[in-house]
Design a protein. Structure first.
Ligand code: HEM
Length: 200
């Protein structure tokens, strides 16, 4: 079912629905449009990023092995919504005022963390093609793609540092990320122990 071409197509269209909804809603938002769009696109960026990271542990469940086909697209959608989120801020809010941008990116930890997350996703997006995997070799490609976890940490930190009001959502994402990182560490040591046992 997961490997079915139609399932993938439906998934792909579903990933575009947040964008379609925003386009539809755009003209109707009368108050605080800037804030609404910034928050909406930020939310979808972090959701896609966490979802892409969740695939690695989930695909260990035999019935969910086919999820691997969706990991790359989820990561690319995270980058796409992140780019939209960043561009919206710089184009509509700041209007490419270099003085504000410089100030944001030198003294405001909230913006530094957001930019760090987006920049960390860039090499992953650029090397997402089969050609790049072949050129880099599987091991190097996999090592580079661990940056996705760092992008997740920076993204969640950005959200935690937003700190305008008491909001538990960033803590939920921080918790999810901690579980995913924890799972990664457990699998790593499990694999190492197995290799040592077979070698010895
Ligand atoms: C160029 C990089 C970025 C800039 C300039 C930026 C800017 C912003 C701004 C202005 C807000 C709205 C703050 C508010 O109204 O309180 C925001 C919120 C947010 N951003 Fe970013 N951001 C960037 C990258 C990212 C990335 C890469 C992620 C995710 C990985 C992210 C996730 C979020 C989240 C989750 C929120 C809060 C949404 C909510 O309140 O529901 N941002 N960001």
């Amino acid at each position: 079912m997961l490997k079915n071409r139609w399932t993938y197509r439906i998934f792909f269209v579903a990933c575009l629905l947040p964008l379609a909804y925003l386009a539809w809603k755009w003209g109707q938002i009368r108050i605080n449009r800037l804030e609404y769009v910034a928050r909406y696109t930020g939310d979808w960026t972090i959701r896609f990023l966490i979802a892409s990271l969740a695939i690695t542990p989930l695909r260990r469940i035999p019935a969910l092995n086919g999820l691997i086909l969706y990991r790359k697209s989820l990561g690319l959608f995270a980058f796409f919504y992140g780019l939209l989120h960043g561009l919206h801020y710089y184009q509509i809010d700041v209007q490419w005022d270099w003085a504000i941008m410089k100030e944001d990116l030198t003294i405001r930890r909230f913006f530094i963390a957001g930019m760090a997350s987006l920049v960390l996703m860039l090499p992953l997006a650029l090397t997402s093609t089969n050609w790049a995997i072949r050129k880099m070799g599987g091991k190097r490609w996999q090592a580079l793609h661990r940056l996705a976890y760092l992008a997740g940490v920076a993204g969640v930190t950005h959200y935690l540092w937003q700190g305008k009001s008491i909001n538990y959502d960033p803590l939920i994402y921080a918790g999810l990320l901690a579980v995913l990182l924890g799972a990664r560490v457990v699998f790593y040591f499990h694999k190492r122990a197995r290799t040592m046992m077979t070698a010895g």
